[in-house]
Design a protein around this ligand. Sequence first.
Ligand code: B16
Ligand code: MG
Length: 218
Amino acid sequence: DIKGFVFDLDGVITDTSVLHGNAWHQLADSLGVSWNDDLANGLKGISRMDSLEMILKAGHKENDYNQEQKVALATQKNDNYVAEVNKMTPANILPGMKAFLDDLRAKGYQLSLASASKNAPRVLDKLQLADYFPKVVDPANLTHGKPDPEIYTKGAQVLNLDPAQCIGVEDAAAGVQAINAAGEVSLGIGDAHELAAADMVFADTASVTLENIAKKLG
Ligand code: B16
Ligand code: MG
């Protein structure tokens, strides 16, 4: 029986993926790395430093900067990103997600957060959702990022649940892979082809309800 839900944040609860994308796009432009949709999609769910590496590699510039310079570039991107996050309000919660979280809470499901973002607590605060997620996996303590299962394994652990008792909710292919490898039921939100590995896929957040999940679980 399902007893808990382990949530991704960016692209699931709110669309910070657009803000991340804009901030990386700005940095890529300043480095002379050309930007495209594939690069933008590939960064979803990927940690800050791994994202920077992907961008530098796309422009064949991964050897042009030392570690200290790379940290400075990542900090520059993050400063721009945080300035945008600070403008967020509960109106930035994706359609249907507040109602879904309320329903889950009312029905006694346990909730945890498995976001790769170090800014997740700030984002939850801005959305006024911090109360819903007393259990947040700290990405600073992870050895491996998504698609490694570690963050989702910990997402179940903090709830004292077996992975099989949890549904992991993701918008990114790397995240779905992580959920599957952790032994949880994977719920993907987005393009059915991109998220083909998920146990169930919903086209958008508004269609994610307990009723629709029950139908797909059969
Ligand atoms: P930060 P998620 C991920 O969040 C984002 O999808 C990804 O684009 C971002 O680089 C990563 O968090 C790290 O974020 O720079 O704020 O630590 O999708 O796992 O909720
Ligand atoms: Mg995401």
